[in-house]
Design a protein around this ligand. Structure first.
Ligand code: ATP
Length: 478
């Protein structure tokens, strides 16, 4: 069955109060068991709700009437309801019903069980070509559908792309969408969107058109393959400057066909973007070489590829090296972390260590660290047991960081130029290390995989982190 032929199979959503259009009674909050909060927007809370009678699960978007009126968002809410009730396509969140009580409005939406796309990008850094191809092909079909209905989304970004239980997309957030009426078949003119994904025509001419969503698509394709959106800056103003100047760079390692596709979409003139009405329409976009092999008609029935990171290093070599290392005995050797101790001139204290005990040694080391180690200010009074410069990769972008492993244990990372703490790799019993090769290692956490490069040091880092993870790390061994 083609995506568009599913259309007729769906019920129309009900609206208004009392009985719905087809004679069924309006639902009330008492018809549902409310569960966990799925997310919070600026004007709503989305809660998992189970209908008592049918056992069906919905994502119930609950909006406080007073808040909506106070924030002058009545138009925003009614637009969202209006657009959602027109949509009937597997790649969009569906509005099943609405009802209200004296204080709140309730929107019963399809439950996108796997949440937003964004954390998946953050978890793996960036998607491989197969994943990017599949997910952006779904977005293309979704855009083709709404543009066919004369609807512009205007805020396409990974946060607004949700995933259902089978990992297919469900696009949401139509508060800023625009329905083009007959008088304005191509343009819509109010300022909306999110800085990184906003199209240049919205910034320069205060106008959005269907092609503005193709710009958003270009940004998403770039972000999936590179790990970050093409236009990002410390503030919105600088981001807008970059957008209007088309100031972005395709990083090394970016797949060639993907780069060509991005260049065809990130074009300042909206009438020159691949896929727009003036430039070949969707047929032309779907025919791009990047999508070779995609079977468009059955996409929503296919099993999405597993989300795996795109690794710029030679991962096959990495695998071989890794197995080789797994065979070895990972016993601590005497040189372990010598360089760290040498840094602080503490090597001699090793001899007195057993006599004084760990606590006394720790106290001494901490004192010395406070006096002599410039990284001490970043570790909350903990003892640094290993440190060194690493390149922390996010997709195809790498940032130089000083990585600090402490005896807490914690893993902090600091910008060594600005001397600013940039973050911490969340430590838990689920944290795992994985050595890819001499240079590259991963720190897996439940929500994210940290991709780190430390020339020739990957093994040392994995070993040190694992020792402290398994409670085998000893200050007396330093
Ligand atoms: P804003 O309205 O401020 O732009 P938003 O669009 O993110 O924010 P909501 O649509 O209210 O706000 O959604 C809030 C959060 O709830 C989303 O970020 C998402 O994580 C979650 N959510 C929304 N709809 C669903 C859904 N159908 N299934 C699962 N989770 C959802």
């Amino acid at each position: 069955m083609s995506v568009s032929s599913e259309k007729g199979l769906r019920r129309k959503s009900s609206s208004g109060s009392g009985a719905s259009g087809d004679g069924r009674m309006k639902k009330t909050p008492a018809d549902f068991e409310f569960g966990t909060i799925l997310g919070e927007g600026s004007y709503s809370t989305v809660v998992l709700a189970k209908e008592k009678k049918t056992g069906k699960q919905f994502a119930m978007k609950i909006l406080e009437k007073k808040h909506i009126i106070r924030e002058k968002k009545v138009q925003y809410v009614s637009r969202e309801k209006d657009v959602l009730s027109r949509l009937d396509h597997p790649f969009f969140v569906r509005l099943y019903f609405t009802f209200q009580d004296s204080e709140r409005l309730y929107f019963g939406l399809s439950y996108a069980e796997k949440g937003e796309l964004l954390p998946y990008i953050q978890r793996v850094g960036c998607f491989d070509v197969e994943c990017t191809c599949f997910y952006t092909a779904e977005i293309i079909l979704a855009l083709e559908y709404i543009h066919g209905l004369g609807i512009i989304h205007r805020d396409l970004k990974p946060e607004n792309i949700l995933l259902d239980e089978k990992m297919h997309i469900k696009i949401t957030d139509f508060g800023t969408a625009k329905i083009l009426d007959n008088a304005e078949t191509t343009r819509a003119n109010s300022f909306v969107g999110t800085a990184e994904y906003v199209s240049p025509e919205l910034l320069t001419d205060k106008e959005a058109c269907k092609s503005s969503d193709l710009w958003g698509l270009g940004c998403i394709i770039f972000q999936l393959l590179a790990g970050l959106p093409p236009f990002h800056a410390v503030n919105e103003y600088q981001c807008f400057q970059k957008i209007t100047k088309l100031d972005y760079e395709i990083p090394d390692g970016f797949p060639e066909l993907g780069a060509d596709l991005v260049r065809s979409l990130l074009i300042l003139d909206p009438t020159k973007r691949l896929g727009c009405d003036e430039f070949g329409g969707y047929a032309q976009l779907k025919a791009h070489g990047f999508y070779e092999g995609i079977v468009w008609e059955t996409l929503h029935e296919q099993t999405p590829p597993a989300i795996v990171p795109y690794l710029p290093s030679n991962s096959k070599d990495g695998e071989a090296l890794r197995s080789e290392y797994m065979m070895r005995d990972f016993k601590r050797d005497d040189e372990f972390d010598d360089h760290l101790l040498a840094c602080w001139g503490l090597k001699e204290s090793k001899e007195t260590d057993s006599k004084q005990g760990d606590n006394e040694l720790r106290r001494q080391l901490l004192e010395k660290q406070k006096r002599e180690c410039k990284w001490d200010t970043f570790v909350n009074g903990e003892l640094i047991v290993k440190m060194g410069l690493v390149d922390k990769r996010k997709g195809l972008f790498a940032r130089r960081r000083q990585l600090l492993l402490t005896d807490a244990p914690h893993l902090y990372y600091v910008d060594p130029v600005a001397m600013e703490l940039k973050g911490e790799i969340p430590w838990s019993s689920d944290l795992r290390t994985e050595m890819k090769n001499f240079k590259v290692f991963f720190v897996h956490t439940p929500n994210r995989t940290y991709y780190l490069e430390a020339n020739g040091e990957a093994q040392d880092w994995c070993r040190a982190i694992d020792d402290w993870r398994l409670g085998k790390g000893k200050i007396s061994d330093l």
